[in-house]
Design a protein around this ligand. Sequence first.
Ligand code: F6P
Length: 324
Amino acid sequence: MADKVKRIGVLTSGGDAPGMNAAVRAVVRTALDNDIQCVGIRRGWNGLVHSDFFPMDSSSVSHILSRGGTILYTARSQEFMTPEGRDQAVATCKLLGLDAVVAIGGDGTFRGALELSRLGVPVVGVPATIDNDIGCSHYTIGFDTACNTAIECIDKLRDTMQSHERCSVVEVMGRHAGFLALYVGIAVGATAVLIPERELDFQQDVVERIRRSRLQGNTHFMIVVAEGVGSAVDIGKRIHKEIGIDPRVTVLGHIQRGGSPTARDREIATRMGYSAVKAIVDGSANSIIGTHDGKLIAIPIEEALAMTKHLQMERYDVLEAMQV
Ligand code: F6P
């Protein structure tokens, strides 16, 4: 049995994701339910470096379950990357008497978590990123909301593309991964989806698809491009050059990171936040909470960071099958 945990910190770091607030709420309320005090750390690891914190009680997380963004603010801390910055962070943890820190974020956040844990501060990570690109977890908080936001935007684009009989090239986020693009592409019935996990054959993957679609009688086309593939503007220019049509290009950008989290994101964020505190109480800190076939497990950070996750290419086959 681990020593009694008295006080923990909670922070959000990296790009924000809808559902981060739900996770913060769950951490605070689960801590209180276990007689543990909770301290909110502002602006990710920067908050520990600069002693930017505030005590949190149950009411400090009231009415945030449905809010996008993060009430704790977020940042990608350069200072925490330096040994001096990390020493300052450890000093803050000591000063506040933090027995552990819950860090909600993505890959960069967890690399920071590993560094802090090596300096003797127990950390538990909660995966939250719209990219869904965390190897140790099938699902990351925010992905579902981002998919729905992108779908809503693309449905609207389709209305005007259909009226004007145009081709639309839409760039979605995802950093180096194509999860968002492929899920969204299937859900909007895209003519083509370009993802970094698949080598691009422009003739086959774009030109031929548009051509086939036209031969089937369609007069508007929807091309979804993952940002990891390159610029949608360049793809648009190339389409124009190769087949003479004049596409309209839309970069959805940061709109995909906003909005009220969906039911899926609220539910999983609440369970993940709960599990993070439970891991601390049970003496399983220095871990990342991951979803595996619907279950949540705490995986040791180092092991978790070495894990990889591949986009299931069967989904690409599904997309193709819809284009007969
Ligand atoms: O990791 C989340 C994400 O939104 C990526 O999809 C995107 O590449 C990146 O963050 C954008 O970062 P920033 O907010 O710094 O522009």
